[in-house]
Structures are given as structure tokens and as C-alpha cells.
Design a protein around this ligand. Structure first.
Ligand SMILES: [Zn+2]
Length: 322
């Protein structure tokens, strides 16, 4: 007689355990891929607890990992309130707070336990699937997204759940995550929670200010990087720098040295470091600082407006190129 189904292998320590969530075994779900892309010929029996068994009956999936993710999403949805306890409270706060009345006292006593149970079930990793000792290939957890100790099936799933948990309009959270990046979920949530309001005009304004902020951060980072590069690589001996006179102004080698060593090699970059420049040269005297700064501006301007002069006549052009 041939069997008309196959069972996934269950390691000894996982006997009587739900593959999806780790709760006690109830019954096996007979999994058939829908749509059946890979030509699965017999149902695969997957051990379930009572609740996950119920979920599996409503799910169509083309592979076991998709089935697993859909079961997890149903668990997340059903236990959203329990999972939210961890968002709203820490264990210590819950222990210290004084609820009045029987119902609330009961909540305090059981709340953290409910949270931990729900968290354990959605985070449960099951075990590597094999059939008759042969590993089943292609099951992936690559899309999973973890935040605050809780595993979601994907970034998109995390956004849906967290938007609800934090009472943020989902499309808004989505856009903020898109802007700041998936590794900055905590920042994205904080930004959304501290926004003025959630009308479409207010959201548009918040998104615009976030874009501006990020652009500024990015620009600062670039300046910092180029400065760091300069500082690391460029120690310029004063003897290497040629003094020069432009428009009857003497350009001090010390000013040029400072500019090279601080990456202040254009008018724009110098303007950004003006304060630092004066702080440095005011030690000598304010007049020196001013004279040096003025000369350096003339020099950098000349370099910007007259590239031909740079090539043919700038005695320090090699220093600026390195
Ligand atoms: Zn289960």
C-alpha cells in the first residue's frame, strides 16, 4: 500500500509541538501548494496547535514558508492587543503602577505574561524542515523584519502592525520609513509620533521638513567626509607652500596651509569653516586673522573664476590637486 501523504520530520525535542508557534500539538495540517508551481504530488503533514490548525484551513499558499508567514500574520492580528502591552509598558512600569479595582488588578497580574506568550509565539522559529531526512530547500526567512524584539514576516507587515500599535496613519509611517530607511524604524516612529497632526496638509508639511532635514544631514556628512579625508591625508609643510600676490594682496602661506589641511579649498567650503578659521588665527591677532582670511578669499576666488590661471600660474596647484 502506498501512503497518500508525507510528513515533515519532527526532531525528538519537538514532538508534540506546533511547527508554527511552539504551542502543544493538536493536529497536522495537510499542506498542498496552491498554486502548485512545483508539481507537489502529495500533501505534506505539518504539526499544528489547535489555533494554528484553524488558521491553516483559511490559507492558500504556494510554499511552506508562505504558509508559515501567513499563519504568523494571523497570530499577530489576533494577539495585537497582547503584543501592544510591550509597546505601551515595560515590565517594571507594569509592576509599579497601581491599578484600582478588581478588573484592572487582574490586568496587571496577567498582562506581561500575555505579552510574553504572544511574543514567544510570533517569534517562534520552528525547526528546519526535512522529509525522510532530506532537507526541504527554498524555505526563506529573508524577508523577516525584527523590531523591538518582535519578528514580523516583512517590513511591510511591520509597518502595518506598528502603525496600528502607535496609532499612526499607515501611509504616513510607510513614507517616513521609505525616507529614513528600514534600519531606522525607531526614528521613524518617533518622528511620526511627534508630528503636529495627521491631516493631509500637516502630513505633507512634516514630510517636506523631513526631506529637508535629511538632505542637510547628507550634505553635512559629505563635507565631514571630505574634511576627514583631507585631515588624514594632508599634512602640508609650510615650506612646500609658495607665497603669492594677487590683486595687490599678499596671500599668506599660513592661510593656504590651514585651508589645505581643513579641506577649505573653495569659497563655499571656506565660508562653512569661517568661524574655525578666525578662532585659529585670532590667537595671533584679529588683524592677522582678517588679513589672512581676506587674502585666502581672493586666492580661492581667483582659482574658481580663472581655471586657466590655475593651470598656468598657480604656484600651489599641485597641493590643491592632492
Ligand atoms: Zn501554533
Amino acid at each position: 500500500m502506498t501512503t497518500d501523504y508525507v510528513s515533515i520530520d519532527v526532531p525528538f525535542e519537538f514532538r508534540h509541538t506546533c511547527w508554527f508557534c511552539g504551542e502543544p500539538y493538536y493536529e497536522s495540517h495537510a499542506f498542498m501548494a496552491k498554486p502548485n508551481y512545483e508539481g507537489q504530488s502529495a500533501p505534506i503533514m505539518v504539526p499544528c496547535c489547535q489555533e494554528c490548525f484553524g488558521f491553516t484551513k483559511e490559507i492558500k499558499a504556494s510554499s511552506l514558508d508562505i504558509l508559515r508567514d501567513k499563519v504568523k500574520e494571523k497570530l499577530h492580528k489576533k494577539y495585537q492587543k497582547h503584543l501592544q502591552i510591550g509597546v505601551n509598558w515595560t515590565k517594571q512600569e507594569l509592576e509599579e503602577c497601581e491599578f484600582e479595582g478588581k478588573a484592572l488588578e487582574g490586568f496587571r497580574e496577567s498582562a506581561w505574561a500575555m505579552f510574553e506568550i504572544a511574543k514567544g509565539r510570533v517569534n517562534y522559529r520552528g525547526w528546519a524542515v526535512s522529509i525522510d531526512g532530506i532537507p526541504v530547500e527554498g524555505l526563506t526567512t529573508a524577508f523577516q523584519f525584527e523590531f523591538d524584539g518582535i519578528v514580523y514576516t516583512s517590513l511591510n507587515h511591520a509597518v502595518i502592525q506598528l502603525a496600528t500599535a502607535y496609532a499612526i496613519p499607515q501611509p504616513y509611517l510607510e513614507q517616513v520609513v521609505e525616507l529614513v530607511g528600514r534600519d531606522k524604524m525607531a526614528y521613524a516612529l518617533r518622528f511620526c509620533k511627534t508630528s503636529y497632526g495627521y491631516s493631509s496638509a500637516e502630513i505633507a508639511a512634516s514630510l517636506a521638513s523631513l526631506r529637508a532635514l535629511l538632505a542637510e544631514e547628507k550634505a553635512n556628512k559629505q563635507i565631514e567626509n571630505s574634511n576627514n579625508r583631507r585631515r588624514k591625508n594632508t599634512k602640508v609643510a609650510i615650506s612646500e607652500i609658495k607665497e603669492l600676490i594677487l590683486h595687490r594682496t599678499m596671500i599668506s602661506p599660513y592661510a593656504i596651509q590651514w585651508a589645505l589641511e581643513h579641506g577649505a579649498t573653495t569659497l563655499q567650503l571656506l565660508a562653512e569653516q569661517e568661524e574655525a578659521f578666525f578662532e585659529h588665527f585670532n590667537k595671533e591677532s584679529e588683524l592677522t586673522a582678517f588679513t589672512y582670511f581676506n587674502g585666502l578669499q581672493i586666492y580661492l576666488e581667483q582659482r574658481e573664476i580663472d581655471p586657466e590661471w590655475v593651470v598656468n600660474s598657480d604656484p600651489n596647484k599641485q597641493l590643491f590637486e592632492s
